[in-house]
Design a protein around this ligand. Structure first.
Ligand SMILES: [Zn+2]
Length: 318
């Protein structure tokens, strides 16, 4: 049975995994931050709200991963509550197949990528936001924190409690996974900076509990180091031309990770994101070798070859 724990003022966290937030707008009404991983969690949340005599007025989603918005459909059907999300999250929540397709290279995903863990039931946002907003008469602050996923938002309540979703991970999650799921590592690092300068009395992580303000900076630094270490590992594995599947296998071997198809697809997507960042820094380059798309050190033309290439340009007849 899930329970609620007060963080500060009228802001609570529910003992769900990942953490769901609850802001009580009055003694009898509340707004959730995220909705849990599916119908079962949604049922438990509804049970808790009914037990406490709380009417659900809205859900605010940090992002559109299934473990954070999977309860939307059931909760909205049961209560008619509002749903607030970023424009990108709203699109993916309404058409979850689009997000699942990003894990299968753009094609229709195989059955293994269509489980509820990756493909939540569709839900429709009643409002899309990119900045602060009011809901049920209360003010919520919005800090754009892309990187983990486009359109990711951190949501602040009037009690200065900031729910950062997966824009940063807790210490044990960092230790356990080492290669944290993200689509744009450089944006993830920028979002850590944004979180570091956001005024918050407490920071709630999707995976990792509640941090007091004094514990926030050391954890954000640990997150930054984890991203840089992952990027360095991927660069070390791509010092010779290698394709994405081989590279993913090599990185997972280095990390001693064994996983199923869904987890593999998430790791592969994360490695793709790192490769784009490494390409931008000039550390690796993409090229075709025969019929294979590979990554590896950028080719640098030898000076003599470059000079001969220059002189080989056909000259107009004189
Ligand atoms: Zn996520």
């Amino acid at each position: 049975m899930i329970r609620s724990k007060r963080v500060r003022g009228s802001t609570y966290v529910l003992t769900t995994k990942p953490t769901v937030g609850l802001f009580l707008t009055t003694e009898a009404e509340g707004v959730l931050i995220d909705s849990g991983g599916g119908d079962a969690t949604a049922g438990e949340i509804l049970e808790l709200l009914t037990r406490e005599g709380i009417t659900l007025r809205g859900i605010v989603n940090t992002h559109s991963h299934a473990d954070h918005c999977g309860g939307n459909a059931a909760l909205q059907a049961a209560t008619g509550c509002a749903i607030v999300a970023s424009p990108i999250a709203a699109a993916w929540m309404e058409y979850p197949l689009l997000l699942a397709m990003t894990l299968s290279g753009g094609g229709h995903p195989p059955a293994a990528l269509q489980g509820r863990q990756l493909l939540p039931r569709p839900s429709r946002a009643s409002a899309v936001v990119s900045g602060d907003f009011d809901l049920a008469g209360y003010h919520f602050s919005v800090l754009p924190t892309p990187g983990h996923l486009p359109g990711h938002l951190a949501i602040g309540t009037e009690d200065e409690v900031l729910f950062c979703g997966d824009a940063a991970f807790g210490e044990s999650t960092l230790r356990r996974h080492r290669l944290m799921l993200m689509s744009e590592p450089e944006r993830f690092v920028e979002s850590l900076d944004a979180l570091a300068s956001a005024p918050a009395a407490a920071l709630v992580l999707g995976h990792g509990g509640v941090l007091s303000s004094s514990a926030v900076h050391p954890l954000l630094e640990q997150n930054r180091q984890a991203v840089l270490a992952a990027s360095a590992l991927i660069a070390r594995c791509a010092t010779h031309p290698i394709d994405l599947e081989e590279l993913t296998a090599l990185v997972l071997k280095e990390l001693q990770v064994r996983c199923g198809i869904g987890q593999y697809a998430l790791f592969r997507a994360t490695i793709s994101g790192h490769l784009r960042w490494l390409e931008e820094q000039g550390i690796i380059a993409f090229s075709m070798v025969g019929t294979r798309l590979v990554v590896g050190p950028p080719m640098r033309a030898a000076p003599a070859a470059a000079a001969s290439a220059r002189t080989s340009v056909p000259q107009p007849p004189s």
